[in-house]
Design a protein around this ligand. Structure first.
Ligand code: GLY
Length: 377
């Protein structure tokens, strides 16, 4: 699995990232680095971060990964500090949404699995219970944001499925994985198009589950192909396969991956939307790092004669990501050229912490980490 040459390249890349994070971590500490889509500001200390926002656990997740890599207690301390601060989001409650899987898998599940902290276990079970409460039984989908229509589900939510699978295994209670499976089936049958591209948003009749519309999301237009949405589908479906075991989920991840790979230009980042006008040109490095994680897991899951397709594509993305990293010692930013959404001009080509997180996760997978925050076998 993965050639020695590719593993050696990834090890060098990981060393560069580790060196940079050893500079960034003491400066940032137990905070929530984020960008701001309205102002275009990169806020490394998270001075204006929204504690209920979906990106809050990516920095503590990076700190846990660095703790696994180095054993340095500094990283553990910052991860634990962020996790404690996240309790405020539970207290506020009304800011919480479907993305509790991102928020508490990469903080509390990670902590519990690494240290056995019972308080972390309780936090993660609480988050899973909130997520299960968003399930619409007749519509057969997990409702997306509260600020949007109650009829909406979104492709990103595939990444929250692992938290439900973890909760079922942890409590020896099938309810959570039943919800995860029903939602994943709905997404597989309604979001993934015949050509392997995916919708960002699907609107359902909440009483019957009938698919009503595919509103525009963060891509160019309804019917276009927002690359981070494709990335969430690739990684989300392979994680669903690894946690639930349904072969159709692996086949779906492969189908979307083939579409994604066909849309890559050699030596370039993925476009922000694969089906948008040729000008202006917008890229999204975060779509590359999320997809690299998914491709590595697909390569591990398929047979030896198939794996090179996914290994090659993952390495192609990692090489471009390396070129887009900022290794300057006096700048508190790592991965450049991530983008928020096609119609958010101030959120373009800047650091977005989820891009950094999945880059580090991809490199850690090639370093031998088992992806334990979201793979529960
Ligand atoms: N989950 C929101 C995004 O990918 O931007």
């Amino acid at each position: 699995m993965f050639s020695n040459e590719n593993k050696a390249y990834a090890a060098d890349f990981l060393d560069r990232v580790e060196k940079k994070l050893k500079i960034m971590a003491p400066e940032i500490g137990a905070n929530f680095p984020t960008s701001h889509v309205m102002t275009g500001e990169w806020d490394p200390h998270g001075k204006k971060a929204n504690i209920s926002g979906w990106t809050t656990a990516f920095w503590p997740g990076m700190m846990w990964l660095m703790y696994i890599k180095t054993g340095d207690e500094m990283f553990k301390k910052f991860a634990e500090g962020c996790e404690e601060k996240l309790d405020e989001a539970f207290d506020i409650f009304t800011g919480i949404h479907h993305d509790v899987g991102f928020m508490w898998s990469l903080s509390a599940v990670a902590d519990y699995k690494l240290t056995g902290n019972e308080k972390s276990r309780a936090r993660a079970l609480h988050a899973a219970t909130i997520l299960a409460g968003r399930f619409n039984h007749k519509g057969k989908y997990i409702r997306a944001w509260d600020h949007s229509s109650l009829r909406w589900a979104i492709i990103d939510c595939m990444m929250n499925i692992p938290l439900l699978c973890w909760a079922s295994k942890e409590m020896d209670d099938p309810r959570f994985i039943q919800i995860a499976t029903t939602h994943a089936d709905t997404v597989m049958n309604n979001f993934v198009r015949a050509d392997g591209s995916v919708n960002h948003i699907v609107e359902f009749d909440p009483e019957t589950g009938e698919m009503l519309a595919t509103p525009r999301g963060q891509g160019y237009a309804p019917g276009s192909s927002w690359s981070r949405g494709q990335a969430w589908a690739i990684y989300g479906f392979v994680l669903a396969y690894l946690n639930i075991g349904k072969k159709e989920y692996l086949d779906t991840a492969k189908k979307v991956a083939h579409y994604f790979i066909a849309n890559l230009e050699p030596g370039k980042l993925p476009l922000l939307d694969f089906r948008a006008p040729a000008e202006p040109v917008f890229y999204d490095s975060s779509a590359a790092s999320i997809t690299a994680c998914g491709l590595i897991e697909i390569a591990k899951a398929v047979g030896e004669y198939e794996a090179p397709i996914y290994e090659r594509a993952a390495m192609q993305l990692l090489h471009v990501l390396d070129e887009n990293c900022n290794y300057k010692e006096d700048e508190l930013r790592l991965l450049e050229n991530a983008s928020s959404a096609y119609h958010s001009p101030n959120g373009m080509h800047m650091p977005w912490i989820f891009g950094d997180y999945y880059l580090l996760e991809a490199l850690m997978k090639l370093h031998g980490d088992d992806g334990r925050f979201t793979i529960h076998q």
